[in-house]
Design a binder for this molecule. Structure first.
Ligand SMILES: Nc1ncnc2c1ncn2[C@@H]1O[C@H](COP(=O)(O)OP(=O)(O)O)[C@@H](O)[C@H]1O
Ligand SMILES: [Mg+2]
Length: 304
């Protein structure tokens, strides 16, 4: 399965949520790849805390896609993570491998040879891993174009593909996200122009709301009654706005609550973070586990 993660804006929680989903799938026993296609800002090594890995020598995904190396670098997260809990890999876990971008590699326009190399990489990952997460640059990016072009190829037509579109729980994010998917130059229109069936592509799209504040509480103290009332009304208004922009409950894969640990630090949340040290909220870890499970829950991918 290829899981493309995208968002209209940066800072939506796409990378952190996706990295946690990848970790959770590996805990379930899947062999998992995490591929950093956020070309302008490749930061996945930080989220997985791969400081123990050899430094990227300019042979990452940028170099691979531009034909400067035949094989992109990959790192075993279990072996190289700075976090001790991760290095104590449970025996039942699957592989968890990170394919980093090259630091400072930047965005670059695509060309047909690059699409060939990208399709070849996705095919190889499909053979080797149960789930491959591809973290794409935000907005209408070259990374999205590359993902759409390569999955339109006949050799990738049979692959199970999911598109996860991340957004924050605000008016601007909801409207912009609807535009990214359904707009004139959005994913569905761009996909159709590259040979995808847009109805079929639309069925593969689900939304993830990240860092959603609970209306009942404000971080740093209980809300005053007037604040609580306003937050509940605001939440209701956002739900209506999301529904009217086709981002409502039926198209939602899941929501991740605003969490104090993730607010302060981009990292994987382990069960111990919620249950032993209790620095993270249990609801957050449950939401991440549920999202990971939802990828293969047929009921969540029924035709809308
Ligand atoms: N559930 C959450 N609660 C609180 N903060 C979050 C949550 N998810 C993500 N964040 C924080 O939001 C910021 C942006 O997240 P990131 O994953 O880097 O977004 P993107 O990849 O969309 O740019 C990071 O500082 C991250 O730790
Ligand atoms: Mg990111």
């Amino acid at each position: 399965m290829l899981v493309f993660a995208t968002s209209d804006k940066g800072g939506t929680g796409r990378s952190v949520t996706c990295a946690n989903m990848a970790y959770r799938r590996a805990l379930l026993g899947d062999d998992v790849a995490y591929v950093d296609f956020d070309f302008g800002s490749p930061t996945a090594t930080a989220v997985f805390e791969l400081d123990g890995a050899p430094r990227s020598s300019g042979a990452g995904l940028h170099a691979y896609l531009r034909g400067r190396t035949g094989e992109p670098q990959q790192f075993d997260v279990w072996a190289h993570s700075r976090r001790k809990e991760l290095r104590l890999r449970p025996a039942t876990c699957g592989r968890l491998e990170l394919f980093p971008g090259d630091p400072g590699g930047g965005e670059f326009p695509t060309d047909p040879a690059m699409t060939d190399r990208c399709a070849e990489l996705f095919l190889r990952l499909e053979e080797e891993f149960d789930v491959t997460f591809v973290d794409l640059s935000a907005g209408r990016s070259y990374a999205i174009e590359l993902a759409l072009r390569s999955t339109a190829r006949p050799e990738l037509r049979e692959t199970t593909v999911r598109w996860l579109v991340f957004h924050r729980w605000t008016r601007q994010h909801i409207v912009a996200t609807a535009g990214l998917v359904h707009g004139d130059r959005g994913i569905l229109a761009a996909g159709a122009a590259m040979g995808h069936d847009s109805a079929d592509l639309a069925e593969r799209v689900r939304y993830v709301r990240a860092a959603v504040p609970k209306p009942a509480t404000l971080t740093g103290g209980e809300p005053r009654p007037a604040q609580a009332e306003w937050l509940v009304a605001c939440d209701r208004e956002l739900s209506d706005l999301a529904a009217s922009h086709r981002l409502g409950r039926t198209a939602l894969l899941g929501s991740v609550p605003l969490d104090p640990v993730l607010q302060w630090r981009e990292q994987l949340l382990t069960d111990a973070d919620a249950l032993v040290s209790r620095i993270a909220n249990r609801e957050t870890v449950d939401a991440l586990a549920d999202l990971a499970h939802a990828l293969t829950d047929a009921a969540r991918w029924e035709v809308l």
